[in-house]
Design a protein around this ligand. Structure first.
Ligand SMILES: [Zn+2]
Length: 164
C-alpha cells in the first residue's frame, strides 16, 4: 500500500522517533512493507517512518538502481564514522523541490536490528552509507535544511520554511 508522505513543517519530522520493539508487531511489519512500496513508487532512495507519520525508528533503503535490493533497518544508529567527509547533493521526499550539498562522513559503521530482532552491523563508504545517514537523521528529527550550506535548488523555499 502506498502511504502519503508527510512534508515539512509537519511536527512529526522534528520529533525523535520511538524505538521499535521485538518481536515485530503486525502493524510495524505492515508499515515496513508499505514504506518499501512507497519509496519505490516515489522513486526515492530511502524513507524513514516519521516521513509517513509514524514515530518509529525504522528506515528503508531503496538502492535497487545500484543493484542493492530494498531493505529495512530497525533501531539503526551510527556507531562510528570516518574523519574523511564527502559532499554530495541531497534531496528529501519531505522537502519537495529543495536540493543542496550535504557534507557527511564518507564511511560509517551502522548497527541496527533486522526484522527478526537480530543485531546486525556493517560498514559502508558508498550509497548505503550516504542514504542511511540521511534516514537515521530523520529518526532523530534532523533534516537536510539543518545541514545544507549551499542550495542547488529551492533555496528560497527552504528559507521560507526555516522562517516558520
Ligand atoms: Zn529525507
Amino acid at each position: 500500500m502506498i502511504l502519503p508522505v508527510v512534508t515539512y513543517p509537519n511536527k512529526i519530522l522534528r520529533q525523535p522517533a520511538e524505538p521499535v520493539a521485538f518481536p515485530l508487531s503486525k502493524e510495524i511489519a505492515k508499515l515496513t512493507r508499505d514504506m518499501i512500496d512507497t519509496v519505490r513508487q516515489q522513486d526515492g532512495v530511502g524513507l524513514a517512518a516519521p516521513q509517513v507519520g509514524a514515530s518509529a525508528r525504522l528506515v528503508v533503503i531503496n538502492l535497487e538502481k545500484e543493484g542493492i535490493p530494498a531493505f529495512a533497518l530497525y533501531n539503526p544508529k551510527i556507531v562510528s564514522k570516518s574523519l574523511k567527509k564527502a559532499e554530495v547533493e541531497e534531496g528529501c521526499l519531505s522537502l519537495p523541490g529543495i536540493f543542496g550539498m550535504v557534507r557527511r562522513p564518507l564511511k560509517v559503521k551502522i548497527s541496527a536490528q533486522n526484522a527478526e530482532g537480530k543485531k546486525i552491523s556493517f560498514t559502508d563508504n558508498g550509497w548505503v552509507a550516504r542514504v542511511a545517514q540521511h534516514e537515521i537523521d530523520h529518526t532523530n528529527g534532523i533534516l537536510i535544511i539543518d545541514l545544507i550550506k549551499n542550495y542547488t535548488k529551492g533555496g528560497e523555499i527552504a528559507k521560507k520554511l526555516k522562517d516558520k
